[in-house]
Design a protein around this ligand. Structure first.
Ligand SMILES: [Fe+2]
Length: 307
């Protein structure tokens, strides 16, 4: 079977490297949720995209704050960037998205993978969200399909569907750089978990192998880092070549069955993320909070004995 979107991504990266059409990337790391937010821009037009922003949230008090997002806004204003995209690589289960707040201040179209509708259906049911919660992705401005063009200024871009961690995961390739969400982590840490509702280890393996078909020099920007044992700095950038040589879960030579056995065994040992309940309820709504009740207060729910 030919993978036409992947072939276009490979050609894009090769030509971008030859022409020097590469985005500048500045990353912001949120240590509370181990999330890396990436701001990529075209150095010629200064058009920029924000990938996976974080809204600060204190679960004990239920209080949110934009401390982290404000730092990103300050950087963007100082660098004179023009935001054209606010992109979620997937509906995160470990942090609340700050995309609507950032969009209000900076503009840009809010995009996510079209399979978010599947995620909305699953979690809409789990949280008994009611008919006022639309499950058609209408909370977003753009729903990406595999192979869609995602240009950034003069730089070419393409979206690849890479499900497995969740059904809606997408990777975004801009020039020579790939923003791959929760698929691969650093080589010494491995891969994303595949045990959330709608996750699938076999699908994750296929998505990861697809990404590892990109040219070896491709810059990979990860959504998380957890510091592998023996390493004392957070790192969120690597290359396809490094992952193929050394990724502890999926280096070249690991078979699909071996990966599925390993991933499934590891997932069985993992607790649910600390912020899963609030994150999913907010992120399935495109980062917006549920509607206020008649006293004007917005509430999040906790389903008991469900997950
Ligand atoms: Fe995730």
């Amino acid at each position: 079977m030919t993978d036409e979107a992947l072939a276009r991504a490979i050609a894009q990266i090769e030509s971008a490297r030859a022409r020097g059409a590469c985005p500048v990337v500045r990353s912001f790391f949120d240590e509370a949720t181990f999330t890396a937010t990436h701001v990529a821009h075209d150095p010629v037009t200064l058009e920029a995209a924000i990938f996976d922003s974080v809204l600060d949230y204190d679960p004990a008090s239920g209080r949110t704050s934009t401390h982290g997002a404000d730092e990103i806004i300050a950087y963007i204003r100082e660098a004179g960037l023009k935001i054209v995209w606010q992109i979620e690589t997937h509906a995160h289960a470990d942090h609340l998205s700050a995309a609507p707040r950032l969009q209000q201040k900076l503009g840009g179209r809010l995009g996510i993978g079209a399979a978010i509708m599947t995620v909305q259906t699953v979690f809409g049911k789990i949280f008994n969200a009611g008919t006022e919660f639309a499950r058609d992705g209408s909370q977003f401005d753009v729903l990406f399909q595999d192979g869609d063009a995602v240009p950034l200024g003069a730089l070419p871009g393409i979206a690849l569907h890479v499900p497995g961690h969740t059904p809606a995961d997408m990777a975004f390739i801009i020039g020579d750089a790939a923003f791959i969400g929760d698929t691969l982590f650093m080589p010494d840490y491995g891969t994303a978990r595949a045990d959330f509702p709608g996750g699938d280890a076999r699908q994750l393996f296929r998505s990861v192998r697809r990404l590892l078909t990109l040219p070896p020099e491709t810059r990979l920007f990860l959504c998380h880092d957890y510091k592998a044992p023996g390493r004392d700095a957070y790192v969120w950038e690597t290359t396809v070549g490094a992952e193929r040589a050394r990724n502890i879960h999926v280096h070249d030579g690991v078979t699909e069955d071996e990966f599925v056995a390993l991933r499934t065994a590891r997932d069985a040992t993992l607790g649910m993320p600390r912020l899963l309940m609030p994150s999913v309820q907010v992120n399935m709504r495109g980062g917006r909070f549920p509607e206020p009740e008649e006293n004007g207060t917005r509430y999040l729910k906790i389903p008991l004995d469900t997950l």
